[in-house]
Design a protein around this ligand. Sequence first.
Ligand SMILES: NC(=O)C1=CN([C@@H]2O[C@H](COP(=O)(O)OP(=O)(O)OC[C@H]3O[C@@H](n4cnc5c(N)ncnc54)[C@H](OP(=O)(O)O)[C@@H]3O)[C@@H](O)[C@H]2O)C=CC1
Ligand SMILES: O=C(OP(=O)(O)O)[C@H](O)COP(=O)(O)O
Length: 354
Amino acid sequence: MIHVGVNGYGTIGKRVADAVAAQPDMTVSGVAKTRPNYEAETAVRRGYDLYAAIDDRADAFADAGLDVAGGLEELIEASDIVVDCCPSDIGPKNRPVYEDRDTPAIFQGGEGADIADVSFNARSNFEDARDADYVRVVSCNTTALSRVIAPLEEEYGIEKVRVTLVRRSGDPSETGRGPVNDVLPDPVSIPSHHGPDVNTIFPDVDIDTLALKAPTTLMHTHSLNVTLESEPDESAILDLLADESRIFTIPETADIDGAGKLKDYALDSGRPRGDLWENCVWAESVGMEGPDLYLFQNVHQESDVIPENIDAIRAMVTDVDAAASIDRTNEALDVGLESLFDAHDDREAVPVDD
Ligand SMILES: NC(=O)C1=CN([C@@H]2O[C@H](COP(=O)(O)OP(=O)(O)OC[C@H]3O[C@@H](n4cnc5c(N)ncnc54)[C@H](OP(=O)(O)O)[C@@H]3O)[C@@H](O)[C@H]2O)C=CC1
Ligand SMILES: O=C(OP(=O)(O)O)[C@H](O)COP(=O)(O)O
């Protein structure tokens, strides 16, 4: 049993903890919080041992009626590996704390690539993290891009990738974020960090990325153009994507037009927190013009990196291989949303008047 500590229990940390708890070969050794808010209370209700991330705040938890099992050092000691899910400016301060205790750690995509020895995406470079002490799971957008690039590169070869990312402005709980009435180029000059970040996984892929921020909270939207080294037809691309367990091709018949219905579908399907661990690619958007592939995909920023963190743990501290780890993670979480509709459905919609 791998004992996994989670330091930073926010959007990503709470999901990582639940995903660890769902694995047959892992257990949550505890979660660290800086303060006793609603997330700390629900962590205790979920049965996780709570640790004070900052030692001199321990009394605040006791005052609020929450027992803590210790401070960060005790959490690290109770853990075979720590998943650091702190805000991005905290990771560099935490790494020496893990190093002092000879404990491997995983950092998140808000950190610079230099925080870790390896940047990680399970589908693309699982073995690079084998036995590494410090690994960074790339950001939600970079994860989603890597999941599409990997099969395309393997099957057809890639000449050039161009992506425009319309990023959600903040997560639903981030009430202070914006813009609230604008769409901002962010950054205004190219490239956004996503292209160089993809190159930490695929050093040889030629990619340009532009990003904007829009006043939505639910999901990111990507518009992709990939120039391939051959000219497959659309149905071959759809078959390729449909075979990827962490890509959901949205069938036309589902009548899902955006993030609102996607999240509704996830909730109706019984997904915890309405999470969508898979890239969501509109089947109708997949188009070929000569060697140029076009598609739209949506990315649930709060959850797509979660299965990747689980696989990174196995790459670092077990000898389980990529395929077995991905299968085990998918099975434990039920990753692999499959519609009963045929993703290739090309039936004409029934006109409302008939
Ligand atoms: N949200 C997203 O869409 C995604 C985020 N990421 C990356 O994941 C990382 C975490 O992001 P996210 O979960 O969104 O951030 P959140 O702000 O939601 O969660 C981080 C939590 O860490 C806690 N924290 C703050 N300081 C410390 C500290 N010193 N020690 C321990 N805990 C601390 C805070 O909770 P408290 O102070 O109450 O304990 C905070 O809620 C970042 O690198 C981010 O870029 C990656 C993919 C997607
Ligand atoms: O990793 C994310 O996005 P990114 O891939 O654009 O960096 C998350 O959505 C967090 O982004 P944020 O920095 O806007 O909170």
